[in-house]
Ligand binder design. Structure first.
Ligand SMILES: [Zn+2]
Length: 228
């Protein structure tokens, strides 16, 4: 039977920290030829712009306060309405709160979005157990010389303590890759972001993907859902 369905091309990628959504967004982006936008990146870009608005954002971020949902959604809207994104787009790690999801939804109801068929048509949720995330994040390290990424369990160096790529013997770890920070980020995800999941489930947009296992196994599952 030939399925005559419209393939989803306006995709939101969700998942806890360490679920691999950044990696999978990048793969999908390349396969589909679509741009990926992450809210964090858009905000950092704005904060570095030096405009009065950018400076105001920088001040909010520097103080550790939450940037208003309206502002983030405006940044995303500015990207989505660009003609090159009318064929589709991927949004990585946004919305992060129910409030953001609702403001984002209002944006999609605008006539321009409806007329050009720009509203989100798929929300992919990468599901991974907490222990898996902890395992994945805690063992990460990076070559101090060439920046090659390693993991003591999942991607160790061929020779212990020596970079495969450049032979360097020095490695760095991200300061926030500790057990305490990972657990706190997971707790924060459950409390703040998890309520977004039933919101998209109710809209019939949510598809869950088992995010455990090798990268290519997960991206194959996503390929089947997205269709490419
Ligand atoms: Zn290296």
């Amino acid at each position: 039977m030939v399925e005559n369905r419209v393939l989803p091309r306006r995709i939101v990628m969700m998942g806890p920290p360490g679920s691999g959504k950044g990696t999978q967004s990048a793969i999908l982006s390349e396969k589909l030829g679509l741009n990926t936008y992450s809210a964090g990146e858009l905000l950092r870009e704005a904060a570095a712009s030096g405009t009065p608005e950018g400076n105001a954002i920088k001040e909010i971020i520097d103080k550790g306060n939450l940037v208003p949902a309206e502002y983030i959604v405006n940044r995303i809207e500015a990207k989505i309405i660009e003609p090159e994104n009318h064929k589709g787009y991927i949004i990585d790690g946004f919305p992060r709160t129910l409030d953001q999801a609702k403001v984002f939804e209002e944006m999609q109801q605008k006539p321009f979005f409806q007329k050009n068929n720009l509203a989100v048509d798929l929300v992919l949720l990468l599901q991974v157990p907490d222990e898996y995330v902890i395992d994945r994040i805690i063992g990460r390290s990076q070559c101090a010389e060439c920046g090659m990424l390693y993991h003591e369990k999942f991607k160790p160096t061929k020779v212990f303590g020596v970079c495969d790529n450049c032979g360097c013997k020095e490695f760095t770890r991200r300061a926030d890759d500790t057990y305490e920070t990972v657990v706190s980020r997971l707790r924060n995800y459950r409390r703040v972001t998890a309520p977004v999941i039933p919101y998209y489930e109710d809209k019939g947009l949510l598809v869950c993907v088992d995010g455990t296992g090798p990268i290519d196994v997960v991206s194959e599952k996503i390929r089947k859902i997205v269709g490419y």
